[in-house]
Write a protein that binds this ligand. Structure first.
Ligand code: NAI
Length: 244
């Protein structure tokens, strides 16, 4: 059920971290994959380092023209589209009273409007094919909120609203739309924290450790697989119990 041979997959923000692990896992499962990076050369370079059929293209999800160009190029390369993973995201953390307009706009434009623009491009060919899987990478912060992350929490909560609405719109077309909500995942972001701060955060996780990017990728592949054909409008936490 986890065989993606000849399936066409797009992963936005696939040059590092969680997105790269998702692209790598799909390629290892036999899919043809396009990953994006803000810089096309970097995306192509990363794609060439991943085993399997992986292509790298430039994409800025905050720019509607870039999104359109990316999807038309990706669909041509892949000759179709079975799965899209809207993973690109950023943080600009500050207490709400200190947030500047641009901190709010950048995060909402990338995490929420950017995901909307990508999902809108993806769903059209899927509706024509009467088949597709859409998976958004949200965050447990979108479920619980977090001091210092009001803009990020709003963007990720908004993404869950988008997922649940679209799921109901396209369920009759054999398209599922779901979200994964990672908790604290061992990426560059976490590695850069001072050891003490890292330990304080880890103590809050019932599993007693951060998650790995591969654990997030595994849940994304499940949602894209035949095993999840009747799962839609769902948000699956991948957080070691953090937001139980
Ligand atoms: P990362 O910073 O390593 O990767 C983010 C990716 O998004 C990069 O490839 C970057 O180029 C891309 N990106 C950013 N702005 C973009 C734009 N305007 N256009 C196109 N691509 C853009 O971050 P990480 O940790 O891998 O996060 C991936 C996703 O997972 C994000 O949506 C993040 O919010 C979410 N997440 C991460 C968690 C963690 O602990 N690392 C926890 C919960 C959610």
């Amino acid at each position: 059920m986890m065989n993606f041979k000849d399936r066409s997959v797009i992963v936005t923000g696939g040059t590092r971290g969680i997105g790269r692990a998702i692209g790598t896992a799909f390629a290892a499962a036999g899919a043809r994959v396009v990953i994006s990076g803000r810089n096309g050369e970097t995306a192509a370079q990363v794609a060439s380092q991943i085993d399997g059929e992986v292509h790298g293209l430039a994409l800025d999800v905050t720019n509607a023209d870039s999104v359109q160009n990316f999807f038309s190029a990706a669909l041509e390369i892949l000759e179709g589209l079975d799965v899209v993973v809207a993973n690109a995201g950023i943080t600009r953390d500050k207490l709400v009273m200190a947030l500047k307009d641009e901190d709010w706009d950048e995060v909402l434009d990338t995490n929420l409007k950017g995901a909307f623009l990508c999902v809108r491009e993806a769903v059209r060919p899927m509706i024509r094919n009467r088949s597709g899987r859409i998976i958004a990478v949200t965050s447990v912060i979108g479920l619980t909120g977090n001091p210092g992350q009001g803009n990020y929490a709003a963007s990720k909560a908004g993404l869950i609203g988008l997922v649940k609405s679209l799921a109901q719109e396209v369920a009759s077309r054999n398209i599922t739309v779901n979200a994964v909500a990672p908790g604290m995942i061992d990426t560059d972001m976490l590695a850069d924290l001072p050891e003490k701060a890292r330990q304080v955060l880890i103590e809050r996780i019932p599993a007693g450790r951060p998650g790995t990017v591969e654990e997030v990728a595994g849940t994304v592949l499940f949602l894209a697989s035949d095993a999840a054909s009747y799962v839609t409008g769902e948000v699956i936490r991948v957080d070691g119990g953090l937001a139980c």
